[in-house]
Design a protein around this ligand. Sequence first.
Ligand SMILES: [Zn+2]
Length: 313
Amino acid sequence: MQIPDFLKNFQEYFVEAPSPLAPSSYVQAVLLRRVHDFSIFRTEEDRGLNTITLPKNTKDPSLIERLVFLYTKQKSAERRHAEQIIRRIKPNADVCYLKDNLCLGCPVCGLNGGIKAVKGLGEVSLRSRILYATAYSLGVFDASTDLLTFNAVDEKTTKTDQALGDREAILPTVTFPSIVTFQAPTWKELVFGLRYILETSRYGAETRGFGLVKNHLVGLIFANSELITPLDLTLRVNDEMDPLESREKDITTEELKEKTDTILKNILKEEALPSKYLSDNIELNIRNFDLNEEFIDLMYSDVQKMTDEIKSK
Ligand SMILES: [Zn+2]
């Protein structure tokens, strides 16, 4: 299977086959994660939203409170969606799911890694080559949240109680600039990874379904190290968009994508390290890519080679 045209100029950053000893070659996907409904991102156990105080922008160090979109929350929701894609395309594939039944043989495990007990070998582990980072809201906490009243739901019976509960929820249009980094991916892994990220829409606690988000891909940075972080990105956008003023409702997704694209080009110039950047039509190209069975089968055989290599050592 040939590398698609839109990735041809970036061949030197891809590996032929995934390897546990990955070279320092990185593809950073710059995303905008935009909330589309009253949302709560939290794990099943903890309560309330995660926040942090951070500078206002790159020039003004005064601290403001922002919302946090934890990397663990992003990764687990997206991994789950990736598993669903595999089940759709290959219904008879080995069962694989978080967190106690990972197969270590599928494309999702190949990218995300995991640990599994194998007869005669003890524990086999695969490291993750898709690297997540916590993202920070563009707007200040007060402008990005509201106190909603819910019918309290009994967690065990899922029956609605009479009692009402108040809960802080993230408002629609709140946006988290985010980076997901692929370390030494094959071109197939990059396409597959980006595709399942773009398709993922639910980030709330699993039993509740809260947390509707639309993901947008601004661009890809190809380099020999990780050149930018989500914090860089949020602060840079805030140089131009006051975090105290905005809920981001006044700006369209398209405008925000363009603004971020320009900021990225400027950051890369300043970094002055060798890199390549791709943003033209990238989201559309990934969304339109034909994820068929042949493609997924080729990914399976790549992972098989990698796990065989690990087991033979
Ligand atoms: Zn798996």
